[in-house]
Design a protein around this ligand. Structure first.
Ligand SMILES: Cc1cc2nc3c(=O)[nH]c(=O)nc-3n(C[C@H](O)[C@H](O)[C@H](O)COP(=O)(O)OP(=O)(O)OC[C@H]3O[C@@H](n4cnc5c(N)ncnc54)[C@H](O)[C@@H]3O)c2cc1C
Length: 381
């Protein structure tokens, strides 16, 4: 395990300043529905504007419309977007992980077809991993693809598919060969599936606060041509595991409740903070500082060509627990009944966090699973 201290270089600070300037001009306070971290809304127009600045698909190769930038450069852009509560939903998954796995495992034809529109912010992807009976234990997925002329027929149900109602495609983890005793990691594959395919039905599952986001995706004989098998048939488990590594360890795992503290401070301007509030702010700032440094050092490791899955898992484990603790500390400080309909942005953000906060430590792998990944990676599993 390696968490080496690191600082931003001058060019990296210049990028940070550029993104801040862009956000101040594009999304001044009050001009957009500010949300909590990556739970922010979809705005395809905003995604396109960001892409036009070269800030979507940054780490993808130039020949496919990307920018050959580093993981740290992407970290800088993403940190600014998330702390601003910017509407990044439409390009989020494609930018964070799908583009990278298509680049790594896809055919030349798939790279040419999917990467340029991803880099232009014009193609939204969802993740089709979880099923009603498979969450943490993904190798037990029962969605099945069976051979047919020129491709595969896909049958099964995915659940908790974030954004499927607004995105264009999703990557489906499924079984392409029968389950053999004791070999459940074999015979799995990843398919690129158009969310408008005949036979595919998307049923919304509202969050606790009633907002849309989650979906159940039911697939009945959905035809997927051979050219949309991602990577090698039967290698879905290994590919999926490497995809999960892109999902963990970034600023999205410790910034979800940042906007609440920022708004709390803004509302406190001009009045003495008081000891309890000062203590909470000191506590939160020191932890943000530490988590940010851990997370930044993960991005540096990626740029060194390493696969820091233990480090990423630990950042997500600590970061998502912290996101929930911050909310709890703020609630203890203020006397309010948070309402999603409140005229106050602070109260709306608190209300949203109360209702969605429990999911921070579940999405992208639960606390227990992350601890298990870390301990196995350290040879203690
Ligand atoms: C906001 C949000 C967005 C999501 N978006 C998506 C998405 O877009 N696409 C997608 O595919 N999925 C998505 N998910 C699903 C998410 O990945 C799963 O909820 C998660 O992996 C846990 O699976 P589960 O809900 O089936 O719980 P289970 O796996 O049933 O776990 C239940 C409990 O048992 C514990 N547990 C399970 N196995 C072990 C073990 N081996 N050792 C110790 N403890 C264990 C877990 O930690 C947990 O506490 C999303 C979830 C949330 C909350």
């Amino acid at each position: 395990m390696k968490f080496a201290p690191t600082e931003l270089t001058e060019p990296e600070r210049a990028l940070q300043a550029e993104v801040r300037e862009f956000l101040a001009a594009e999304l001044p306070p009050g001009s957009y529905p500010r949300a909590l971290g990556m739970g922010a809304g979809n705005d395809p127009e905003f995604s396109k504007k960001l892409a036009a600045r070269g800030w979507v698909g940054m780490a993808l190769p130039k020949e496919y419309g990307g920018h050959d930038r580093t993981a740290v450069d992407r970290f800088i852009v993403v940190e600014e977007l998330l702390s601003h509560g910017a509407p990044i939903g439409y390009h989020w998954v494609a930018d964070r992980q799908t583009g990278s796995i298509i680049n790594r495992f896809g055919t030349e034809e798939q790279r040419e077809r999917f990467l340029p529109p991803i880099c232009r912010g014009e193609l939204g992807f969802s993740i089709g991993m979880s099923e009603p009976d498979s969450g943490s234990d993904l190798a037990s997925v029962s969605t099945r693809a069976t051979r047919t002329d020129g491709g595969w027929l896909l049958n099964g149900t995915k659940v908790w598919t974030s954004g499927a109602h607004e995105n264009d495609w999703f990557v489906v983890l499924c079984r392409t060969a029968p389950l053999e005793d004791g070999h459940k990691h074999q015979g799995l594959s990843q398919l690129l599936v158009d969310l408008t395919s005949p036979g595919l039905e998307i049923n919304g599952i509202p969050f606790l606060d009633g907002s849309p986001g989650f979906n159940e995706v039911v697939m009945s004989d959905v035809f997927v041509p051979d050219e949309l098998v991602l990577g090698e048939l039967g290698m879905g488990w290994a590919q999926n595991t490497s995809e999960l590594a892109y999902e963990r360890g970034g600023p999205d795992r410790w910034l979800s409740t940042f906007g609440i503290v920022e708004e709390f401070l803004r509302l406190s301007e001009g009045t003495p903070l008081g000891d309890r509030a000062a203590e909470m702010l000191g506590w939160a700032t020191s932890r943000w500082w530490a988590l940010r440094n851990l997370s930044l050092s993960v991005a540096r490791l990626i740029d060194e060509g390493q696969a820091p899955s233990v480090e990423s898992s630990l950042v997500k484990e600590m970061g998502t627990r912290f996101e929930q603790d911050v909310l709890q500390k703020v609630i203890e400080l203020v006397d309010l009944e948070p309402s999603p309909e409140s005229a106050s942005l602070f109260e709306r953000l608190v209300a949203a966090a109360v209702q969605t906060g429990p999911s921070f430590t579940i999405r992208g792998g639960t606390i227990e699973i992350l601890r298990s990944v870390a301990s196995k990676g350290l040879g203690r599993g």
